[in-house]
Design a binder for this molecule. Structure first.
Ligand code: ADP
Ligand code: MG
Length: 585
């Protein structure tokens, strides 16, 4: 039974296995390594995950969700086609899809996984990721920080020798910056800094904001489908600008037609606020590293790292253009695959050693003196401590005959406890006595998954473990079993149909984005293809697949050029004997 590595991304997720002495990415049914982290509920209750679901962001926005990773660990529910889901449950569905693809590809059962998380994920977010895996029926062997996985693969494959690297992972919803020291076969993460709410999505948002501002539109006032279509176009234009001088976005609403022309100069301006936040994170990582010295290299990973304007910005910052990793979208997954290999004790990976650090300081709220009004943070594990880390500290009663000692547990860098994220609390009873006589020892253990374990023992002998604040994340065994059953009950789209389903969803989306001749074309393709799907028609679908896809590609190209010039983009449909479409009236 294999252990697989999973990069569970905000935008895209990948799976990887270590076999025959190498990390091997696992293709999904579409033959692609990247599976869009998008979930959509069909009318019959079946759930689509991946590219076909992504199409439905435009056509069925109220039945579709993406970027839900940013809500992991938060008290939040998302409603899809009237059904409520927690972010962990949506992630569980993505994991289930990856798992099915892995089983099919490997031809064996898979029940264990190593999963990567942003280095800057806090305790709640990590627990939520573990829960998502459990809901998907997966046993998590280890959580590994995404940039650490990238560093592991980079060092392993580049055989770069002894060096100090900065890894910048700029994805859809998160930014992670790590400083890594490599010495022979030892990889030591010496500092991490990041921002859990910063990524390519913010750039798309800035573009859409600009579009609305220039056209006098209110974004919130747009129909969800139109809005999703705008975001889609914004993303396409953003990516196109890395290789083209300009790109446009269009929107047709009733009789009015709106547009925006983007150039790299405009994009650079729009990215200003985002890049300023990137700069803060990079500066912090540089300050936090345990040793000084020069960086040997800056390696860029993640989808957004490929943006030309991002490269320009970093070049300005470092005085030298950092280089984009060979496979920026895949390197994290490859590293997680290696980590899975290490967990499986693959012979040839025995020598590889990696150590990681914790991204946040952890402590309890405390009063130093009796007249203290505002509790501050007593740090037990300072940030950048090497994992696993453990520390104990003794705290004394402040009042006479105080009956208990209560500790609120926090994570963060603020002086005052209230500035930090509260993770939970723990309280122990103490025997009555004069102030300062009774005490309790608090023990923090931060494991290699970056999850905190807290216990307290009073001088009176009372022993307690952390009380959890976020009950949704820490279900009872029974609650967990019920949640697992709920996820198990959900039917994922049938194997073998995904490619065909994607064509249908794409045609449906193109229909909404066109008018005139383009729309007529989309309509006949939909009707033909849907009919084949409804009636089984597998052989015919196999035969027509390439032609259907070609037609959709042409439509897509026309939409990208200008979605609203319904008439001029398309020549007469070719006569083709093999493509025997019976067009409906
Ligand atoms: P995550 O790890 O958060 O799932 P990825 O690393 O896959 O994300 O990056 C997704 C983000 O990268 C999206 O915002 C997407 O628009 C952006 N992106 C993908 N390819 C490119 C590209 N070639 N140029 C610029 N941005 C890109
Ligand atoms: Mg990523």
């Amino acid at each position: 039974m294999a252990i697989i590595g999973i990069d569970l991304g905000t935008t895209n997720s990948l799976a990887c296995v270590y076999r025959d002495g190498r990390a091997e990415l696992i293709p999904n049914e579409l033959g692609e390594y990247k599976t869009s982290s998008t979930v959509s509920v069909l009318e019959n209750g079946t759930v689509l995950v991946g590219a076909a679901a992504k199409e439905r962001l435009v056509t069925y926005p109220e039945a579709t969700a993406s970027s839900f990773k940013i809500w992991m660990g938060a008290e939040k529910t998302l409603t899809l086609a009237g059904r409520k889901f927690r972010p962990e449950e949506l992630s569980a569905l993505v994991l289930r899809q990856l798992l099915e693809d892995a089983k099919r590809y490997l031809g064996e059962e898979v029940e264990e996984a190593v999963i990567s998380v942003p280095a800057y994920f806090n305790d709640d977010q990590r627990c939520a990721t573990k829960l998502a895996a459990q809901l998907a029926g997966l046993n998590v062997k280890r959580l590994i920080n995404e940039p650490s996985a990238a560093a592991l693969y980079h060092h392993y494959s580049a055989q770069a020798g002894n060096c100090q690297l900065m890894i910048v992972d700029f994805g859809g919803g998160t930014l992670d910056v790590s400083i890594v020291e490599c010495f022979e076969n030892i990889i030591e993460i010496t500092a991490i800094a990041g921002d859990n709410r910063l990524g390519g999505d913010d750039i798309d948002r800035a573009i859409v904001g600009q579009f609305c501002q220039e056209n006098g539109l209110v974004e919130e006032g747009l129909a969800p489908g139109l809005r999703a279509s705008l975001y889609r176009q914004a993303e396409t234009a953003k990516i196109a600008l890395s290789s083209a001088p300009a790109a446009s976005i269009f929107l047709q609403q009733e009789e009015r037609r709106y547009s925006l022309l983007l150039t790299n100069d405009i994009l650079r301006q729009l990215c200003g606020p985002v890049f300023r936040r990137v700069r803060t994170v990079i500066t912090r990582a540089m300050k936090d590293r345990s040793r000084g010295g020069r960086l040997s290299d800056v390696i860029l990973v993640g989808g957004s790292a490929q943006l030309k304007v991002f490269g320009d910005f970093l070049e300005g910052l470092f005085g030298r253009r950092p280089h984009v990793a060979a496979a920026p979208d895949e390197i994290v997954a490859l590293g997680v695959g290696l980590c899975a290999g290490i967990k499986e004790r693959a012979e040839d990976l025995q020598e590889l050693v990696m150590t990681d650090v914790c991204p946040f300081s952890l402590g309890v709220s405390t009063y130093s003196r009796r007249d203290d009004r505002t509790p501050h943070m007593a740090v037990l594990i300072p940030r950048s401590s090497m994992l696993p880390a453990s520390h104990q500290e003794r705290f004394y009663t402040l009042n006479d005959n105080q009956r208990g000692l209560r500790f609120e547990i926090y994570q963060g860098e603020g002086y005052f406890a209230s500035e930090n994220l509260k993770l939970g609390e723990v309280e122990v009873q103490v025997p009555p006595g004069p102030a300062g006589e009774q005490s309790a020892v608090v023990t923090f253990t931060y494991d290699i998954d970056g999850i905190l374990h807290v216990s307290a023992q009073s001088s009176g002998g009372d022993f307690r473990e952390r009380l959890i604040l976020n009950p949704g994340l820490h279900l009872t065994e029974e609650g967990k079993e019920q949640a697992m059953e709920r996820i198990r009950q959900i039917q994922l789209a049938a194997q073998g149909d995904q490619r065909d389903q994607l064509l249908l969803e794409r045609a449906l989306r193109l229909y909404t984005q066109t008018i005139g001749q383009g729309r007529e074309m989309a309509a006949s393709l939909i009707s033909y293809w849907k009919n084949l799907m409804d009636c089984g028609g597998r052989i015919q679908r196999r035969r027509d697949y390439d032609r259907m896809k070609e037609q959709l590609d042409m439509l897509e190209a026309a939409v990208e050029a200008d979605p609203l010039e319904g008439g001029v983009w398309f020549g007469e449909p070719e006569e083709d004997e093999d493509f025997d479409v019976e067009w409906e009236d």
